[in-house]
Design a protein around this ligand. Structure first.
Ligand code: FAD
Ligand code: MLT
Ligand code: ZN
Length: 473
């Protein structure tokens, strides 16, 4: 929107819908919204508009539809793929859900929770706990990401091994379409085969099809507690074998299995205060294991026995079982600290890949060899949700690297890692979304049939292409 008069008229219409306090026009106050958490994506905006309810979202979308103004939906702005940042044109509106924070209903009989899309994930977890239920989506950004952002990216995190990703935890959705119409699919049903499953189109669509305004989530029985252990191992193959052993021995009681390479842990202990490894020696790989159940009886012994057996069989070199909740929390702080440690230590080339679990060890060996051949000194920060086959196979470039060198090296590394992922029939985008970061890579690896189908869906729902342009497709 280049014409200043039209821009003023447009922003005054926005103010008419949401009030003065719902529109941010001052560039200094827009800072949080136009830059991402990683400090990698930056943009400009006509206005940040913050509706309070679905009716206001609908009115805003009608205005944007009439004026063909592009819209960037935003939740907590913790995304890691540049999906919530506008471009540099200054022509796009940021529609932030951060004032839509109502939890409408918690139904412990139906085991469902109905909420606005702007509710922070930790508040959803807390509302479930308040009725002795459990909402299992859990990730490092849970204190600031929103459930709408989780849905839009189909977020994963550390509970997927047992409970699945955000898609698996969702029963119903409400979405405002690009022309302002509202689709109310807020149903708390476990079975509903009345045609195409529309909610699955919007989950993981990264704001490219509409604004998610409400959600019905599944709740689960609250675990009585958890037992955590920290393990050191020499080989990735041992880590994968340990996962299979624990799955066989503990069944659904195995609630997390998170791997960190030696350099990942070293980064955390070096760059974050009061983060100390629980083991005396260093190892090439560490695993944070967690068992949880509604009945704690025998849980600690089960984990202890499985780890003793794994030690006797030479799968692991050392381990420590947390003796209380405080020790569990310290272990989780190490795991969750990796993202922040990377930001402090350098400019990460981030990969968010998924592989068949049976291929993980061979993949890591071949990827390590390929990286070391081209860049012998480059720190490999490899960690992730091994139980889901999801690796964050990140490479750390120096903070002082020039933008040109960063781009060239990133392009080279992306191609080499993603080519290898494709050879193993893996995915180049597991849980963070495609955004702008992997948009060109997506075109390289998806078949033309898949791209045609996705573009057809986009054209059908957003014919004027106003929803989050430049992201995903
Ligand atoms: P935003 O960043 O605001 O937006 C993300 C995308 O969703 C954008 O494309 C945006 O346009 C779209 N969007 C947001 N809200 C809506 C809406 N209501 N309707 C339509 N589109 C919308 N992710 C994981 O999956 N697993 C992890 O383990 C994990 N760990 C993290 C740890 C840290 C420390 C940080 C900073 C991030 C982590 N993330 C992780 C990434 C991020 O937290 C998730 O992608 C999260 O789901 C994003 O939620 P958000 O509300 O911040 O969304
Ligand atoms: C995590 O698993 O901690 C985040 O998804 C990853 C990251 O920072 O790359
Ligand atoms: Zn992750």
């Amino acid at each position: 929107m280049q014409d200043p008069m039209k821009q003023m008229e447009f922003t005054s219409r926005l103010i008419h819908v949401v009030g003065d306090e719902g529109v941010i026009l001052n560039p200094a106050d827009q800072e949080f919204y136009v830059n991402d958490w990683l400090g990698k994506s930056h943009g400009r905006t006509v206005a940040v508009v913050r509706p309070r309810n679905t009716a206001e979202v609908s009115a805003i979308m009608r205005l944007c539809h009439q004026s063909q103004t592009p819209v960037v939906p935003q939740g907590g702005n913790t995304g890691m793929s540049g999906g919530a940042t506008p471009d540099m044109s200054g022509a796009q509106v940021i529609l932030s859900l951060n004032r839509m924070k109502r939890i409408h209903e918690v139904d412990p009989v139906n085991n469902t929770l109905t909420a606005d899309a702007g509710v922070v994930l930790a508040d959803i977890q807390q509302a479930a706990r308040a009725v002795d239920r459990y909402f299992p989506l859990s990730l490092g950004a849970e204190g600031s990401c929103t459930i709408g952002g989780n849905l839009a990216t189909n977020a994963g995190g550390t509970g997927v091994l047992r409970y699945g990703n955000t898609r698996d935890l969702t029963l119903g959705l409400e979405v405002v379409l690009p022309d302002g119409r509202v689709w109310n699919g807020l149903r708390g049903l476990r079975k509903d085969n009345t045609g195409y499953d529309l909610k699955d189109l919007f989950i993981g669509s990264e704001g490219s099809l509409g604004i998610i305004t409400g959600v019905v989530l599944k709740l689960f029985a609250a675990p009585a507690g958890r037992v955590s252990a920290w393990v050191g191992a020499q080989e990735m193959t041992s880590v994968v074998t340990l996962l299979n052993r624990l799955q066989a021995a503990c069944g659904p009681r195995l609630s997390a299995f998170e791997m960190m390479s030696g350099p990942s842990l070293a980064l955390v202990t070096r760059h974050l205060e009061a983060h100390v490894s629980p083991l005396d020696k260093t190892y090439p790989y560490y695993v944070l294991i967690e068992l949880a159940d509604t009945n704690m009886s025998g849980l600690q012994e089960m984990l202890q026995d499985a780890l003793t057996l794994a030690t006797e069989d030479g799968l692991i070199d050392d381990c420590v079982v947390a003796m209380n909740e405080a020790q569990s929390v310290s272990m989780w702080r190490l795991r969750e600290g990796i993202s922040m440690a990377q930001v402090k230590a350098g400019k990460a080339v981030k990969h968010d890949i998924a592989l068949p679990i049976s291929s993980l060890a061979t993949f890591v060996k071949e990827a390590d060899e390929a990286v070391q051949k081209s860049f012998p000194e480059l720190p490999i920060i490899n960690f992730g949700h091994i139980g889901d086959g999801n690796l964050h196979y990140n490479l750390l470039l120096p903070l002082a690297i020039s933008n040109t060198a960063y781009k060239e090296t990133t392009d080279h590394l992306n191609k080499s890692i993603h080519d290898l992922v494709t050879q193993f029939n893996g995915s180049i985008s597991a849980e963070h979304g495609v955004g702008t970061l992997r948009r060109d890579e997506l075109k390289r690896y998806k078949s033309s049939v898949e791209m045609d189908l996705m573009n057809a869906v986009k054209r059908a729902i957003d014919p004027n292409q106003i929803m989050n342009p430049g992201k995903l497709l």
